[in-house]
Design a protein around this ligand. Structure first.
Ligand SMILES: [Zn+2]
Length: 285
């Protein structure tokens, strides 16, 4: 694991474009960190305590300042299974209040049980997913680690509880899973229209570097924002007619020409289920 510096004070580590497994220890998403005058703020906790501990060691090689806070961009497994490592070093966790819905749902517990098998033994010590110490529900500029950070709720997009974190002094945005680059996005129970709106809002911001939830840092954010928007629009347009005419999903899926996306990593594992989720959501729109 290697920290990549994106501005004077900001860094990130890049997870593998893969599904979580025992070999990659569920290091399949990015985490960022910002070194402030009085401490370190981490953005996202990574996918297991083992990889979170690796990130803590990486940070320790750069600074001895305390890790005071972790900001969770959203409660998805690959971003939160490492949280307990940060509690152990005394950090406070900040997340959007709507993350509680995920945290306390039945599916979350069953997913953790399944992940413990798929990612064995790296989640053995995870008994529950850690709640935030501070739940927020509105945009605010917070003084953290001696920095002014803008924490901005931007969901329901990828999830209801999406937060982006902006460091105005260096124009760096940590965008969580609004942006996937170098792989097919994960749609899950996203609100595709809300997501597109959020992408357009981010496109208006003054950004020198954008750290995505997955994939390389973007110094030309518009291109990566556009990739996700185009993908969501393509899913919506392709599925719309089928959903409105109640055509069975499998038939509709087979007819679509996916060639522009088929070569992108995780197409085979993520695309069909993404299309299906959009199909189901369109039936309700
Ligand atoms: Zn996610």
């Amino acid at each position: 694991m290697q920290a990549i510096q994106v501005s004077e004070s900001s860094y990130y580590v890049q997870g593998f474009a893969a599904l979580g497994n025992s070999q990659n220890k569920n290091f399949i998403s990015n985490a960022g960190f910002i070194i402030g005058p009085t401490g370190v703020v981490v953005i996202d906790a990574l996918g297991s305590p083992a990889v979170a501990d690796e990130l803590i060691s990486v940070i320790r090689k750069i600074t001895v300042k305390p890790i005071t806070h972790v900001i969770v961009t959203h409660y998805h497994a690959d971003h939160v299974y490492g949280l307990q490592s940060y509690k152990e070093v005394g950090a406070q966790i900040i997340a959007h209040a709507l993350g509680k819905t995920y945290l306390y749902s039945d599916t979350t517990a069953s997913r953790l049980a399944a992940s413990k098998i798929n990612i064995s033994p790296w989640l053995d010590s995870v008994e529950k997913i850690i709640p935030a110490d501070l739940w927020i529900d509105r945009q605010s500029i917070m003084q953290i680690a001696g920095l002014d950070l803008m924490i901005k709720p931007i969901g329901h997009a990828h999830t209801a509880e999406d937060l982006v974190v902006y460091l105005p002094s260096e124009k760096v945005l940590f965008a969580g899973d609004l942006i996937f680059s170098g792989r097919i996005p994960y749609v899950g129970n996203a609100d595709s229209l809300g997501w597109i709106k959020a992408l357009r809002e981010v496109a208006q911001m003054d950004i020198n570097a954008l750290v995505a939830g997955h994939g390389k840092v973007s110094t030309q954010p518009r291109k990566d924002l556009q990739f996700v928007e185009n993908y969501l629009l393509f899913l919506r347009t392709s599925m719309k007619q089928a959903a409105s005419e109640m055509e069975p999903f499998e038939e509709a899926y087979k007819k679509i020409n996916w060639s522009q996306y088929a070569h992108i990593p995780l197409f085979n594992t993520a695309n069909r289920i993404n299309a299906y989720n959009i199909y189901l959501a369109l039936e309700k729109e």
